[in-house]
Design a protein around this ligand. Structure first.
Ligand code: TF8
Length: 334
């Protein structure tokens, strides 16, 4: 009985696959990302590429370009809009110029844990925000984890908010980040990630903020002495497809890209969390001086940032904001 069922499901499986692959053309898909190959972004892109190849019998070929060789996040988004590039993964924060709703993920201290982020991002609110991209010419497939962001700088340990005074801090090209860090007293400078290492090295800026993973994989420890654990915001990445390209794909081709993006997402989140758990110790070994912001200072930081929430709610629409808050309340009551 069991063998029979197994055989039967193999047969059904085989027929689905052969039908499916017939619906798949040979295509090259340029997939760009900003971090280097030896980063969580790079490793997950490799998983995505392998999975797309496996599901399509090698017909769909992902050509991955890391290290911003196809341009910064914003430049790649433009290439996707124009149809000059097919896919990318990048920060949602840099997408705000195209879909203002994306700013909702920039809310300081929004999520208490990565697991909370998973539920919200993969749930109805995450989907709703992602769907806003379509009318702008982009298709969002899934969110990957960038992670909780922490502060580094080359000037001094940041123990209190006052220590941020006058620090030239690179932020993502996004008004929420700009306003947030200005409210905290830093001299915030918006800049593409692809220019950041050099800017830190030449002291054009004194500091930046990113998850431990990126501080490690981008070797910021070579040019930044102080790391302050703040976890001030959880930032997602999003996997994007050019709508012009998407519109030409068959249903099967679309399914393959979406399935592979989900597999890569699950891998990426696990990989990122494992790396993050080790990264802090490694950064200390590399010579970074690490301090944790005291609870009292975190509270001061939160209260200075409350005004930003108001601005975000206005920008994304009060309804969406309320929906997110309700989803979080429900999640936390379980
Ligand atoms: C940043 C982000 C970067 C992303 C990446 C290049 O600081 O955290 O990780 O933009 O896609 O810019």
């Amino acid at each position: 009985m069991k063998i029979k069922t197994l055989l039967l499901s193999c047969l059904i499986g085989a027929s689905i696959v052969s039908h499916a692959v017939a619906d798949v053309q040979t295509r090259q898909i340029r997939f760009g990302y900003g971090l280097n190959e030896n980063s969580n972004q790079g490793r997950a892109t490799k998983v995505f590429a392998d999975e797309v190849s496996r599901l399509s019998d090698g017909k769909l070929r992902i050509r991955a370009f890391g290290g911003a060789t196809l341009g910064s996040d914003i430049q790649m988004q433009q290439a996707l809009l124009g149809g000059a590039q097919e896919m990318m993964v990048g920060s949602t924060a840099t997408l705000v110029g195209i879909a203002s709703e994306m700013a909702i993920w920039d809310t300081p201290f929004l999520f208490n844990s990565a697991e909370e982020a998973d539920v919200i991002l993969d749930g109805p609110v995450g989907q709703k925000v992602m769907d806003k991209l379509e009318e702008k010419g982009l298709i969002g497939l899934v969110y990957w984890e960038n992670g909780f962001r922490n502060l580094t700088n080359s000037r001094r340990p940041v123990e209190s908010l006052e220590d941020l005074d006058g620090i030239r801090l690179r932020v993502m090209q996004n008004n929420v980040f700009l306003d947030s860090f200005r409210n905290l007293g830093a001299n915030a400078v918006p800049m593409a990630f692809s220019e950041l290492f050099t800017a830190l090295e030449t002291k054009t800026v004194d500091g930046q903020e990113n998850p431990f993973n990126t501080i490690l994989s981008s070797k910021f420890y070579e040019v930044q002495e102080y790391l302050t654990v703040t976890n001030h915001v959880y930032s997602p990445w999003i996997v994007l497809v050019s709508k012009r390209f998407w519109d030409r794909l068959s249903a099967t081709e679309r399914d393959i890209l979406l399935e592979a993006a989900k597999t890569a997402r699950d891998f990426e989140r696990e990989d990122t969390r494992k790396e993050a758990a080790m990264a802090l110790a490694e950064l200390q070994e590399k010579g970074m001086k690490v301090n944790e912001l005291s609870l009292e200072e975190v509270e001061r930081m939160r209260s200075r940032l409350v005004d930003v929430n108001q601005t975000i709610a206005q920008g994304v629409g009060q309804d969406l904001w309320d929906e997110l808050q309700a989803a979080l309340t429900e999640l936390r009551s379980n």
